[in-house]
Design a protein around this ligand. Structure first.
Ligand code: AGP
Length: 612
């Protein structure tokens, strides 16, 4: 998730507006930044890699009181976080410059087409092809050719574009990525990824919708439908946010915002990787070949904390779909226990930050013993990605809340994708089964959105249980890891003791804990082990225990055997962890907020544990 800002007008120095805006947007991505303006008859483009405060002087070089500028702060998806991959990107003639948030799924096809026409590329990014495509398709009315070029883009984009022939205009288009116009009476016009970038100048905004395009000039916005080309009416809103609230998108906390970003995070992580018609997962830039994978006879997944729980889901999914032995190991244990691994072992390290010390050490051990190593990771170019043979990136964007939510979900999606990919190599799933899997996977974002509409129901349950001091979370099979993750969320956010357990293990000891003061949270969604979990719940209730059930929508029988329900949408069992974790994230969030705790930065925790 990157940040975009643009300004056109004669009241403020455009480069200063952009640099201030980029500072406000750094929470969206911060591995590199850049800005562009029109100086005389040409473009001035400054870029740098690293945090904005370290490269600000580089970005200001040569900038003065220009009247138009666009800027970008990057969260790398395609191409390492280097200067040549930083935005803005220009065409070969340096007449058009682009900044972009999103993922262009057909960029490789377009890059091949443009290269064949003689276009030369300087970066590894998908964005750069947009500048070349705009130049290649340019006609006398740039707005017409702008629309035609944008119609050729597949995937997600929020674009801001300058053209030297239109020195007071910023062209824009959006699809599946936020983009907002800021109106400032007589002081110019703004364009940005979210209001945070422009709040110090204006609170009057227009939220652009998908498949809209147009341009802003110093006095107004000109808005059109991408499909029809017809002009559209301008809807203005006046925001009462303060700048910090804007960074949270109007949510009380970054964690709540990130929980709500999860539908788009799943879409972005799946983006460009699913071919439903052929039942295939596409990992075009994956550095490990199918031949290498075909030699593997065992998989070890290693990670810490929430990432480990995503790896535990991965164990269940990979064994079921690929019929290969899989172990999930805590990195802090794996690195010291002298494990038996060899060149036929695939070791997968999973990590949001890619900097967790124990996970890095575990993968070093794996390499030293000849294993093939792979990472599932969020941060592009992080240490972990430089120590493995291949990386499968998730696209969760920067996760500010210390308690992981969207990154966890994206990691699980990463394992679902990899399992499907490996199942084809190992020929352990029919193409029909893969097609059904892909079809259901593509429905997950919408199902999460549906569940989030009922978050008030979760709040009511949290209000009822906020003062209990102990909880037991129970799950089985695919959702045993979900129980562990749900318990960790409550622990780290509300400082309440919560233990995750395989529900079949309850009678082997933990049942001694159960009484009126120790509620059970049980994952009782529709599954092949539903009856087993149900009997565990009845054992718990026989001890006068209160039970909160995570139930599949419409399962009336389940509702009668629990005291309170957290409802999830129906899906195939192998994907159920993606839906069942959502109410558990919300439950932990609401309990923490009700108790007045620091949701985004819980006590004693760090976002990335870079020491042992
Ligand atoms: C999760 O809510 C915690 N913040 C923590 O357990 C985290 O998952 C763990 O430290 C691993 O971090 P990583 O994903 O960056 O490797």
């Amino acid at each position: 998730m990157c940040g975009i800002i643009g300004y056109t007008g004669s009241v403020f120095a455009a480069s200063k507006v952009v640099l201030d805006g980029l500072e406000r947007l750094e929470y969206r991505g911060y591995d590199s930044a850049g800005l562009a303006t029109i100086k005389g008859s040409g473009l001035l483009v400054n870029r740098g890699s690293g945090k904005l405060r370290l490269i600000r002087s580089v970005l200001e070089k040569g900038m003065g009181s220009e009247s138009v500028a666009i800027g970008h702060t990057r969260w790398a998806t395609h191409g390492k976080p280097t200067e040549e991959n930083a935005h803005p990107h220009v065409d070969n003639a340096r007449r058009i410059v682009v900044v972009h948030n999103g993922i262009i799924e057909n960029y490789l096809d377009l890059k091949g087409e443009l290269s064949a026409k003689g276009h030369r590329f300087d970066s590894q990014t998908d964005t750069e092809i947009i500048a070349h495509l705009l130049a290649d398709m340019e006609n006398p009315d740039f707005l017409v050719s702008f629309r035609q070029a944008v119609l050729r883009l597949e995937g997600a984009y929020a674009l801001a574009v300058l053209h030297v022939n239109y020195p007071d205009r910023i062209f824009f288009a959006r699809k599946n990525c936020p983009l907002i116009v800021g109106h400032s009476e007589n002081e110019g016009m703004f364009l940005g990824s979210d209001p945070a970038a422009m709040l110090s100048y204006t609170r009057t905004v227009t939220y652009l919708n998908d498949l809209e395009y147009g341009y802003i000039d110093p006095t107004s916005v000109h808005l059109f439908s991408l499909n029809s080309g017809e002009p559209l009416p301008i809807q203005k809103e006046v925001l009462d946010w303060n700048p910090v609230a804007a960074e949270k998108g109007g949510y009380r906390h970054f964690m709540l915002k990130e929980i709500h970003e999860q539908p788009d995070v799943v879409r972005n992580t799946l983006g460009g990787r699913l071919d439903e018609a052929r039942g295939k997962v596409l990992l075009p830039d994956f550095q490990i070949s199918p031949e290498q994978f075909s030699k593997i006879d065992r998989i070890v997944i290693t990670a810490c904390g929430t990432a480990y729980y995503s790896g535990l889901v991965g164990k269940y999914v990979l064994e079921r779909l690929c019929r290969i032995p899989v172990d999930a190991e805590l990195a802090s244990e794996f690195r010291y226990r002298d494990p038996v691994i060899n060149e036929k072992t695939l070791v997968i390290a999973v990590s949001q930050s890619g900097e967790t010390a124990d996970t890095l050490a575990a993968i070093e051990l794996a390499r030293a013993r000849g294993a093939t190593t792979m990472a599932i990771v969020n941060v592009k170019g992080s240490s972990l990605t430089r120590r493995v043979d291949g990386t499968l990136y998730i696209h969760a964007g920067p996760e500010i809340g210390v308690a992981s939510t969207k990154a966890y979900l994206a990691m699980v999606v990463g394992f679902e994708l990899f399992a499907l990919y490996l199942s084809e190599i190992r020929n352990t799933l029919s193409s029909d089964s893969r097609r059904e899997f892909i079809h259901e996977l593509k429905l997950i974002p919408g199902k999460i959105e549906e569940q989030l509409k009922h978050k008030e129901d979760v709040l009511q349950v949290a209000q009822k249980y906020q003062n209990y001091r102990n909880f037991l979370y129970l799950g089985r099979d695919y959702n045993y890891p979900t129980a562990l993750e749900g318990a960790l969320k409550l622990k780290e956010l509300s400082y309440i003791h919560a233990e995750g357990y395989a529900s079949g293990e309850m009678k082997h000891g933990p049942i001694a804990l159960l009484d009126r003061d120790c509620p059970v949270v049980a994952i009782l969604s529709e599954s092949s082990v539903y009856e087993k979990v149900l009997s565990n719940i009845q054992e718990a209730r026989a001890r006068d225990c209160l039970v909160i059930g995570v139930l599949t929508e419409g399962s009336t029988h389940s509702a009668s055997v629990v005291d309170d329900s957290l409802i999830t949408q129906r899906t195939i069992e192998v994907l159920s962890p993606l839906l069942n974790v959502i109410p558990l994230q919300l439950f932990a969030y609401f309990v923490s907020d009700l108790k007045g705790l620091d949701v985004d930065q819980p006590r004693n925790l760090a976002k990335s544990v870079t020491v042992e």
